[in-house]
Design a protein around this ligand. Sequence first.
Ligand code: C2E
Ligand code: MG
Ligand code: MG
Length: 255
Amino acid sequence: EKMGSSLLKRLELETELRHAIERGQLELHFQPEIDLATNRIVAAEALVRWNHPEFGAVSPNTFIPLAEETGLILEIGLWVLREAVRSTVRWLEEMPGLDLTVSVNLSVRQYLHPGIVDDVASVLRETGIDAHRLRLEITETILMDDKASSRAVLQQLNSLGIQLAIDDFGSGYSNLGYLKRLPVQTLKIDQIFIKGLAHDRHDSAIVAAITNLAHQIGLRVTAEGVESIEQMEKVRAIGCDFAQGYFFARPMSGS
Ligand code: C2E
Ligand code: MG
Ligand code: MG
């Protein structure tokens, strides 16, 4: 009975998700990334929200995996990319002197989609954003498929002039070999390691080791999920370049 009802719920969610874009139920929130050397906002990560009239706010941790399985992520992901870049272009126009990068999460399914490079190129073209202001966040899972064809996609994305970051670094596949072969500029250290920073010496050791490694090979590091002043001071002392988390700001509506 339980299985039946959770299956039903899933089917219902899936059916509803199919209409979410056209019904205007998706919304983007943005969370700032702070430069720890200057305390200035240097980037904003776009995080998608689904407001359903009946189910309420559905977490991306629930509907993104569903969107991945059903392939709906292609449509949703493109919507997110376009909206995130449009908003950024608007802010850059409204606030002369603003120096802002926009980070957009790219799912595995999107990355494997043959049209991905063309999609990104057309969003750059139609919005007119400077390509270096767009950063795509990919996860380590994408890199597990360490084939030449898969690397080629990253090279092509990189040659559009955009930036690439590895999201949730340290939580997944740990073949570090890819770091030297891929055109990635930033590592975002998974929040799991930031959580224990103030009291767990293993977590500090891990964050310090990742930061050192990244710096040695010319990458920059963002600490994700910084919630307290202790954690902020710790990541700054370790030498992380950027930080993001509730301590600075929660994700917020872009309008
Ligand atoms: P992520 O890309 O690693 O995003 C960071 C998540 O951590 C966000 O959750 C954010 O709200 C949350 N967060 C930020 N600061 C803190 C903090 O100080 N403490 C805690 N506990 N959490 C913090 P959110 O928005 O629920 O998104 C969850 C995940 O869903 C994202 O993880 C990302 O993997 C996925 N996601 C969200 N939007 C998109 C999207 O547009 N496309 C794709 N493919 N995935 C998305
Ligand atoms: Mg992310
Ligand atoms: Mg993350």
